[in-house]
Design a protein around this ligand. Structure first.
Ligand code: ATR
Length: 279
């Protein structure tokens, strides 16, 4: 019998997940269906329970419901616990399991697709909201040397840095990044986890922080390079990437959580990139 999965969100019409999971299912020979569920803003739990009651086996959860999904889960993975949010629900015989595959998706895309080894690297993580929080534990587990969290509201960066209690993590404001000396190359990687791209702007990272950078990675994606990618390239960064690969990798990890099978992601990303419009 075909097992049912879906993505639940509001809005959800734009979601690429049904197409990605249909390709994974075809590639791995798994007998699943995958649909979109639009939940009213005050109706997340009712929609999820109705889906489960009619044979649903698992869900991807997107904005604005990742915190409610965290509350709804009866068991949570350590990475969901660390992220404080759930993007993957699996309905077992007796419990609802909640996971978060966003951060591992980021790390896989950086290491496996882009071939950028994270071990020993100094990372600047811009932003201190849910996207940044989800990235923190998987980045630390990949063996980075340090993570500096920079945020407009510095107290949020400080709180996030304290959360995991890892001595490799520190916090600062954007202004402090301008203090790097002219010969300093303070970071190997910048990850943009702010929402400034939605306002068609790059985050206010001083140019000194880009000096000597190996990779600039934006968690968002679009048809054209994002403002952050453009700024990094203008400042001489040799490698820039948007977050489309992260989207495909987090989907692959969710597929693995549900089915125990790990799909190949390369061809799916190539096809998605062509659909979206930039190579
Ligand atoms: P998400 O869950 O996507 O991370 P969020 O929790 O709203 O969304 O966080 C958005 C992030 O983008 C925050 O780090 C926010 O900074 P503040 O904590 O100071 O609000 C950051 N951000 C949004 N607009 C920004 C701007 N114009 N300049 C700098 N940072 C901005």
């Amino acid at each position: 019998m075909t097992d049912r999965y879906a993505v639940v969100g509001n809005p959800v019409a734009h979601s690429r997940s049904p197409s990605i999971h249909a390709q994974f299912a075809q590639q791995t020979g798994q007998d699943i269906s995958y649909e979109r569920l639009l939940a009213p803003l005050d109706g997340f739990v009712a929609v999820v329970e109705a889906f489960r009651a009619t044979g649903g086996r698992g869900l991807n959860v997107t904005l604005p419901f990742k915190l409610q999904a965290f509350e709804f889960a009866q068991q949570r993975s350590p990475r969901a616990q660390a992220a404080g949010a759930v993007n993957t629900l699996r309905f077992g015989a007796d419990a609802v399991f909640g996971d978060n595959t966003d951060g591992v998706g980021l790390v896989r895309d950086i290491q496996e697709r882009l071939g950028f080894r994270l071990e020993g690297k100094r990372v600047l993580l811009a932003g201190a909201g849910g996207a940044a929080r989800g990235a923190l534990l998987p980045l630390l587990q990949s063996g980075v040397a340090s993570i500096s969290i920079v945020n407009r509201t510095v107290t949020r960066a400080v709180d996030l840095a304290r959360l995991g209690g890892d001595p490799r993590v520190s916090a600062c404001g954007f202004d402090e990044l301008a203090n790097a000396g002219p010969d300093d190359a303070p970071f190997d990687l910048i990850v943009n986890a702010t929402s400034t791209g939605l306002e068609d702007a790059a985050p206010p990272i001083p140019s000194a922080a880009y000096r000597g950078l190996g990779l600039a990675y934006d968690m968002v994606y679009g048809a054209a390079p994002t403002p952050f990618m453009r700024r990094a390239a203008e400042l001489g960064c040799p490698r820039v990437s948007d977050g489309l690969g992260m989207l495909v990798e987090q989907a692959a990890e969710s597929f693995f959580v549900w089915r125990g099978v790990r799909p190949q992601t390369g061809a799916v990303l190539t096809r998605l990139r062509a659909e979206i419009g930039t190579a």
